[in-house]
Design a protein around this ligand. Sequence first.
Ligand SMILES: *[C@@H]1O[C@H](CO)[C@@H](O)[C@H](O)[C@H]1NC(C)=O
Ligand SMILES: *[C@@H]1O[C@H](CO)[C@@H](O)[C@H](O)[C@H]1NC(C)=O
Ligand SMILES: *[C@@H]1O[C@H](CO)[C@@H](O)[C@H](O)[C@H]1NC(C)=O
Ligand SMILES: *[C@@H]1O[C@H](CO)[C@@H](O)[C@H](O)[C@H]1NC(C)=O
Ligand SMILES: *[C@@H]1O[C@H](CO)[C@@H](O)[C@H](O)[C@H]1NC(C)=O
Ligand SMILES: *[C@@H]1O[C@H](CO)[C@@H](O)[C@H](O)[C@H]1NC(C)=O
Ligand SMILES: *[C@@H]1O[C@H](CO)[C@@H](O)[C@H](O)[C@H]1NC(C)=O
Ligand SMILES: *[C@@H]1O[C@H](CO)[C@@H](O)[C@H](O)[C@H]1NC(C)=O
Ligand SMILES: *[C@@H]1O[C@H](CO)[C@@H](O)[C@H](O)[C@H]1NC(C)=O
Ligand SMILES: *[C@@H]1O[C@H](CO)[C@@H](O)[C@H](O)[C@H]1NC(C)=O
Ligand SMILES: *[C@@H]1O[C@H](CO)[C@@H](O)[C@H](O)[C@H]1NC(C)=O
Ligand SMILES: CC(=O)N[C@H]1CO[C@H](CO)[C@@H](O)[C@@H]1O
Length: 680
Amino acid sequence: MRPYNVYTLALGSLTLSGVLHRASGSALTVYNVQGPLAVGSRTTTSDTATGTAVFDPSSGTYGGYAAYNPIVLAPPAVPSGLSTQYDLVLPGSAINVQGLSIPQSGSFLGFSVEMSVVTQVVGINASFLQVPFLNLMQLLAQRGGSVNIRVGGNTQDYAVEVDELTNNRGICVEKDTDDTRNPTQTPTLLFTPELLYMLSNASALVNINWWLGIPFNDTSNWRLEIAETGEAILGDRLLGYQVGNEPDLYAVHGHRAANYSAWDYFGEFGEIIEAIAADDAIPRRNNLIAPSVSGTWTPEEVWATGFLTSYDSSLGALAVEKYPDDNCAALYPSGGFGSAKDPQSVFPNYLNHTSGQLLVQPYLTSTALAQQKRKPFYMFETNTASCGGFPGVSDSFGAALWAADYALQMAYSNFSAANLHVGGLSDSYNPFIPPPTNESMFEGWTIGPVFYSVLAVAEALGSSNTFRVIDLNANNGSIYTPAYAIYENNSLARLALFNYVTDSSGASTVTANITIGGGRTGEQLSTPQYVKVKYLAAESVSVKENITWAGQTLGNRFAVDGRLKGSESVQTVQCSSSLGTCQVTVPAPGMALVFLSATAYQEVDPAPSSTATFPTTSVTNALVTVTVDPRILSTSNGNGSLVLAATDHSNRASRGANRGVALSIFISVITGFVFRRRVA
Ligand SMILES: *[C@@H]1O[C@H](CO)[C@@H](O)[C@H](O)[C@H]1NC(C)=O
Ligand SMILES: *[C@@H]1O[C@H](CO)[C@@H](O)[C@H](O)[C@H]1NC(C)=O
Ligand SMILES: *[C@@H]1O[C@H](CO)[C@@H](O)[C@H](O)[C@H]1NC(C)=O
Ligand SMILES: *[C@@H]1O[C@H](CO)[C@@H](O)[C@H](O)[C@H]1NC(C)=O
Ligand SMILES: *[C@@H]1O[C@H](CO)[C@@H](O)[C@H](O)[C@H]1NC(C)=O
Ligand SMILES: *[C@@H]1O[C@H](CO)[C@@H](O)[C@H](O)[C@H]1NC(C)=O
Ligand SMILES: *[C@@H]1O[C@H](CO)[C@@H](O)[C@H](O)[C@H]1NC(C)=O
Ligand SMILES: *[C@@H]1O[C@H](CO)[C@@H](O)[C@H](O)[C@H]1NC(C)=O
Ligand SMILES: *[C@@H]1O[C@H](CO)[C@@H](O)[C@H](O)[C@H]1NC(C)=O
Ligand SMILES: *[C@@H]1O[C@H](CO)[C@@H](O)[C@H](O)[C@H]1NC(C)=O
Ligand SMILES: *[C@@H]1O[C@H](CO)[C@@H](O)[C@H](O)[C@H]1NC(C)=O
Ligand SMILES: CC(=O)N[C@H]1CO[C@H](CO)[C@@H](O)[C@@H]1O
């Protein structure tokens, strides 16, 4: 691994001697992560990356970017009376199972990228894509078939599409810095169609599909340009348009009158539908996504307006947005949110099965209604906590277990997609984040533990779009050891077994005794001779580092290029034919993904040699030069104009090397793209 540079060492010394040490007690409080912000009275419970943080080693608390906060909390104590062995007697055939979900796709768990952050994570413009991003997405696409990403958030409502940006720096999105009007500090974003070309070019390399949002701030002057250009440029890659982002917070944010209600939203939605209908440049009129309420209004309040009946033909999907908690008081100390929550005391809220169940409960009526209306139902934006997340919680291994459990709970509850929010450097919950711009010459990316949840869920739900999920209420309903069964094409294929407990002694390792079939009529499947098991593992729920999926890791902070490192380790568990059981252990903490048949396993296990990612090649010192292997590009999804048929890889590598030390990781990406264009 590359040595850390000075910045990292400075951070390291602060963290290790100072903050980290105190963090092992319980009273550590991390406030003002983002620096003071001048805001109005109430602000936001949803997330927008705003402001910049100042790294201030002289202060008692961490003042750097929340995305790299060094806080490590104490894991909760081992619960008493944990039952460490339980039976799972499961029908092999779905015919004998009550309550399975609707069929799910491996892209179920995707991402929501704040519009203002898209040029940090996806690319700068259409010819400058972030290779670590492509690699990460490719890991998911290989497992789940495709990746779905929503580009939007608070910033989408004030975004303006323009032909050209005035301070042309080659970046396709720009903040209008003169704009001080917005009370939540949601910046006005200016973007060019190049943004959409950029997304399209990413989709030509990796199987990524996109959701966008139509700005909704100005009902007398709809800005439909994104819908006009979006589909023309993205074609089938465009999944739909969100119309209204958390309208239930518009009043609180000062974006509408204080009495703004679900009825007002209903009315405005009707108006934009008319505007779209009158716009010949928008070919599809059935792909709108609404109402995206965040809990201030219930979905029922919106349904009560007749929304679903009135707008049936315009709606492609229904959606809500929800974070289980918020860290607003810490983020906006004078924002009227009361006193800041202590991350240590909220940590246990994420470390049990109840969290995901409570999160989906308010939506069960709506997911059933959505099925009746034949519309998918999405959790369009979510993560551990709004207003930046809780440092030490949102970026812990515990959050990875939480997000995987929550996602499978949503899948079981008949949601059809869920998007983990990527908010930027001011947030501690990012699934992935590039280094700050001024560090991009030296550093790699940083992975949030919740990225591993997406990887695990993509594997659990596979790529056949036939997977159905059920919460097994396992271990007599223990909140610490939930388990899900996943059926494919009516046959039991996989199990996801969790253990939220941290116990290095091994005494809390849980064993599931799995029996399949059990003599039921019509059962094709019985307990197999062996099962394959992949573990999501780390030392404790508190750690941010050394997290592994099937023995491989993406790397620690600033060390990620988007490829899994180390050799894959998949356990083979022999089953007992005399007892008819397979005993699978789940470490404390950890998650086990159990593959119950050779087919179930082979489907998601790309042979390492066929792992089609975009390799980076280290050439000089601490610098990394990125090259894109043409064999990989030509076998990757899509067949866009950027894809090379064949080129000599060594040639490419030497081109990178020739550019020498002054080149950043990103410049090399350009080399790749420019080069491709020349030869294409
Ligand atoms: C699990 O299986 C083992 C070995 O067959 C047995 O000793 C144990 O009692 C079983 N556990 C439960 C909870 O049934
Ligand atoms: C894309 O960004 C790169 C890197 O900043 C820049 O060199 C290039 O000119 C930009 N392309 C366009 C079309 O602006
Ligand atoms: C909506 O946003 C646009 C772009 O930021 C701005 O020009 C316009 O004045 C806003 N309209 C309202 C009613 O807020
Ligand atoms: C809501 O408030 C606005 C002024 O802020 C007022 O014009 C309007 O009549 C009010 N609507 C209702 C339904 O009270
Ligand atoms: C489990 O999680 C729920 C919901 O987050 C929380 O209210 C509860 O206190 C947690 N239970 C324990 C024992 O930590
Ligand atoms: C999900 O939908 C299926 C099929 O309609 C239904 O049987 C099941 O009860 C639903 N699950 C939940 C948790 O609502
Ligand atoms: C990057 O910016 C941060 C925050 O302003 C600063 O602490 C750090 O030293 C800078 N790094 C470099 C290499 O300039
Ligand atoms: C299962 O849980 C219930 C309620 O928590 C409890 O009463 C019962 O004793 C438990 N059964 C076993 C076998 O542990
Ligand atoms: C599931 O069914 C589909 C369609 O019948 C078939 O193409 C696919 O191979 C099946 N998958 C498995 C694992 O049986
Ligand atoms: C991660 O693993 C490495 C190598 O095993 C070890 O040196 C390091 O201390 C670990 N880091 C943490 C935070 O556990
Ligand atoms: C890709 O595009 C090339 C040229 O446009 C075409 O010849 C080739 O058949 C395409 N391949 C696939 C797999 O679509
Ligand atoms: C496949 C694809 O969308 N290619 C686009 C990449 O971006 C350029 C603009 O820079 C477009 O011209 C291509 O069509």
